[in-house]
Write a protein that binds this ligand. Structure first.
Ligand SMILES: C[S@@+](CC[C@H](N)C(=O)[O-])C[C@H]1O[C@@H](n2cnc3c(N)ncnc32)[C@H](O)[C@@H]1O
Length: 233
């Protein structure tokens, strides 16, 4: 594990103390719902999904409802440990969690029909770390398997407003101006255009790249902005 990835783990331990104090994250990422139900329906009889950087595993219910078996991995257990479903006997065969050390995904080749990752893969914040985790995503997917990820976009508010220092051509470190103290020190990979993303995902058979941004009226500067990467092996 590089020092940046180790540092990100420490940041997320702090962040989950806050998330857990607010009762966890109970609802799935809505872009994931749209992707899964609208774009990634599959005929696989044994549907298996890997959720990388699963955090609190807020998408668990969605995947179980859709007939998947679920595996969640994260660099810390502090998110998923607080989800009451983790110890639910009824889910023993259908949902599994583990802590992983990026980039190694401890699963056999072609084990999953779907690999997803919301707001997490960019926490492998150097070009070599990001390439390595993308290669692992590809390895553990079945041929025809589906991949989905959201990644920080350069318009994301804390990048645009100067709450980061650029420490590499595509790497930022959240600095001491960031209003959320817990987030300070985290490193993220910020990919700047479609071509950069395509280069990382060139082993996939097809790749589509979208973008979503959201601004709530009361805080006009706080724009969240993500790349949406959807791919087929
Ligand atoms: C913004 S949270 C997203 C959590 C969850 N996917 C969601 O949508 O709520 C980022 C997650 O990435 C995890 N993480 C930190 N470093 C990581 C890394 N190097 N690779 C994958 N995930 C990482 C954090 O522990 C945290 O759970």
């Amino acid at each position: 594990m590089t020092s940046e990835i180790e540092g990100n783990r420490a940041v997320w331990n702090r962040m989950f103390d806050w998330v857990n104090s607010r009762g966890g994250r109970k609802y799935p990422n809505e872009t994931l719902v749209i992707w899964l139900l609208g774009y990634a329906r599959s005929d696989h009889r044994d549907k298996r999904v890997l959720d990388i950087g699963c955090g609190w595993s807020q998408s668990l219910g969605l995947f179980l409802d859709e007939g998947f078996r679920y595996w969640g991995v994260d660099v810390t257990d502090r998110g998923f440990r607080s989800n009451p479903n983790v110890d639910a006997p009824a889910l023993q065969d259908r949902a599994h969690w583990s802590v992983f050390t990026p980039p190694k995904l401890e699963f056999d080749d072609a084990f999953f029909t779907h690999v997803v990752s919301m707001e997490a893969l960019h926490l492998n914040p150097t070009p070599s770390a990001f390439s390595a985790i993308v290669r692992e995503c590809h390895r553990v997917l079945q041929p025809d398997g589906r991949f989905f990820a959201t990644l920080i976009h350069p318009d994301y508010w804390y990048v645009k407003l100067g709450y980061v220092d650029w420490v590499g051509a595509n790497t930022v470190r959240i600095n001491a101006r960031h209003p959320d103290v817990a987030a300070r020190g985290a490193h993220c990979l910020v990919l700047k255009d479609d071509a950069e993303i395509r280069a990382y995902f060139s082993d996939f058979r097809s790749v589509s790249i979208g973008h979503e941004m959201r601004r709530f009226g009361e805080d006009r500067e706080k724009v969240t902005s993500y790349w949406i990467v959807s791919a087929t092996k």
